[in-house]
Design a protein around this ligand. Structure first.
Ligand SMILES: CC(C)(COP(=O)(O)OP(=O)(O)OC[C@H]1O[C@@H](n2cnc3c(N)ncnc32)[C@H](O)[C@@H]1OP(=O)(O)O)[C@@H](O)C(=O)NCCC(=O)NCCS
Length: 223
């Protein structure tokens, strides 16, 4: 049986792959920006499998990369060395996904632009659940667990972006009541590069990219 919405999801994802394959993302791109207050309790949504979140440590990198062959070991080491954190989701001993965390300033690879975070913010990216367990609330339960962990560590907000066509990526945000802060994107015409931020607080603004090619964005602080 085909999941409700799975066909629409597949069509949107295929269109987005074709869009990137045709190189159209050189001219225009947009992501949705979300935040979730980790000091507030979200709805009690759990998964039907036990779930545990653990920081990836140096001696576990080999095992992690064997379980996730599409993740390169050199890339994992480079990110950990740069101070990024990887939280691995396990169900029993089985690795069922991972999520990466950054604080301070993050380079957004799709926007090709740095985002500056407040000290109480954590940026969350590369959220992954193994394909055979998707759509069973593991991503939502993991985000919930992550929020509890971050709150205990003294953070106030998790921030992340999702591509507008990524329906499974939008599911956990909707279920946990994340706040949509707005959308971020760029338009490029020849050598003219304009970044835009349409934030619910702060309206719509365009900024022209400087010669260095960077245009750091500071996010609105938590209310
Ligand atoms: C995004 C991702 C982490 C979500 O994990 P998950 O365990 O599938 O998440 P959940 O089951 O908690 O929620 C997924 C939502 O998508 C819906 N969905 C529909 N088809 C789905 C599919 N084929 N697979 C997964 N979810 C699907 C689910 O029904 C659910 O939404 P709903 O509750 O409104 O119906 C996972 O799908 C994934 O790893 N995707 C590939 C990487 C990616 O896109 N990461 C996100 C970057 S922002």
């Amino acid at each position: 049986m085909i999941r409700r919405g799975a066909l629409r999801s597949l069509v949107l994802r295929s269109l987005s792959v074709a869009y990137a394959a045709l190189g159209l993302d050189r001219w225009y791109g947009r992501v949705l920006l979300f935040s979730r207050d980790v000091t507030a309790s979200p709805p009690a949504i759990g998964a039907d499998l036990p779930l545990e979140l653990r920081d990836l440590t140096e001696d576990e990198i080999g095992g992690f990369c064997r379980a996730r062959p599409d993740v390169g070991e050199a890339d994992v080491r480079r990110r950990l060395d740069a101070g990024y954190r990887c939280l691995v989701s396990r169900s029993g001993e089985r690795i069922v996904g991972e999520i990466w965390l950054v604080t301070g300033e993050v380079w957004h690879s799709a926007l090709k632009r740095p985002i500056r975070l407040a000290p109480s913010d954590v940026y969350v990216y590369n959220s992954f659940v193994i394909p055979e367990l998707r759509g069973r609330n593991l991503g939502t339960a993991r985000s919930r667990l992550l929020g509890e962990r971050l709150c205990a560590e003294g953070y106030r907000r998790m921030v992340y972006t999702v591509a507008p066509h990524n329906r499974p990526g939008l599911g956990p945000s909707a279920k946990l009541g994340a706040e949509r802060l707005g959308s971020l994107g760029y338009v490029r015409v020849g050598s003219l590069q304009l970044d835009f931020a349409r934030l619910h607080e702060g309206g719509f603004n365009w900024t022209r990219r400087g010669r260095a090619g960077t245009n750091a964005l500071s996010l609105p602080t938590a209310s």
